[in-house]
Design a protein around this ligand. Structure first.
Ligand SMILES: [Cu+2]
Length: 292
């Protein structure tokens, strides 16, 4: 069973890389061997997968892929109807999914300059088809990380791309501030070690205070079944599955404290978005991280 799951993930990941450039061909086998190596590295860091891999044949094993259907032209600030079809390697609909973190699919949308972040939940229709309306604030390229769990299988992340017409604004500077205000919540980010190092486990700690009285936030409610969610994406010219990290909050921290354990697969700049639920209002706190 373990072997089947590992094989499945490798093949699935392969397709995602390919789907950005070209449809799979009969030459898959050579590309697959090549890709298997970086898959191992990225997978360890993402925390979605444990144990050793079997890099044997993937012949006849299942794979999933996501296909995005978007309007021919997406305009800034106009809702766009997106359709996402989940299919197996032969293009047949994958129809059965398990709910995880209270939803059947989590869709993380980021602009390629990592200034914009959205976390939405497409509605499941039938026959592997999901639908959602998304609004993109400005022109440029966007990456969509579609996170879902086919029944009886591991969580899958498929990477999709969308382009919004118009002139892209210039890229803002990366700011490494560790203390920011988001509406009425002051958030301070601290790390368990002064310097973030590749491959080294780190605890990322969000300290939430009420802006009005400077006291620790006491009214945090569960958000999608946990105290908070942390998504981290590497700043990269072309985002792939390996650039996406999703961490879950540790339990039993004190008031206003939400902690996550993660690690980073490569050096570079990363953007981290922590999401918390203050009495029904979602606070999204974003910070840049520099990994050496
Ligand atoms: Cu979600």
């Amino acid at each position: 069973m373990n072997r089947l799951v590992c094989t499945f993930l490798i093949a699935s990941n392969l397709f995602l890389i390919q789907s950005c450039s070209q449809p799979p061909t009969s030459e898959d086998t050579s590309a697959q061997t090549e890709h298997t190596n970086d898959h191992t590295a990225s997978d360890n860091s993402s925390g979605h997968h444990h144990g050793s891999h079997n890099h044997g044949t993937t012949e006849n094993s299942a794979t999933t892929q996501a296909k995005l259907t978007a309007p021919a032209e997406i305009k800034p600030n106009e809702p766009a109807a997106l359709v996402i079809d989940i299919q197996d390697s032969e293009g047949k609909a994958v129809a059965d999914f398990e709910i995880f973190q209270e939803k059947i699919m989590h869709l993380i949308v980021v602009s390629d300059d990592l200034q914009f972040y959205d976390h939405i939940h497409p509605d499941y229709k039938e026959n592997g088809r999901f639908e959602v309306e998304a609004t993109f604030p400005q022109a440029g390229n966007y990456t969509l990380f579609s996170d879902y769990k086919p029944s009886g299988q591991n969580e899958q992340v498929s990477v999709l791309q969308a382009e919004v017409s118009g002139n892209s604004p210039t890229t803002p500077e990366v700011d490494l501030n560790r203390s920011k205000t988001f509406d009425d919540t002051e958030v301070e980010l601290t790390l368990s070690q002064p310097t973030l190092k590749v491959g080294k486990e780190v605890t990322v700690m969000f300290n939430l205070k009420d802006k009005a009285n400077n006291q620790a936030v006491k009214n945090l409610q569960p958000y999608l079944g946990e105290l908070g969610h942390l998504v981290i994406v590497k700043n990269s010219s072309s985002l792939t599955r390996a650039d996406y990290i999703h961490a879950h909050a540790l339990k039993d921290t004190s008031d206003g404290q939400v902690h996550f354990v993660t690690s980073f697969p490569e050096s570079g700049k990363y953007k981290a978005w922590g999401q918390f639920n203050r009495n029904g209002k979602i606070v999204t706190a974003d910070f840049w991280l520099d990994v050496q």
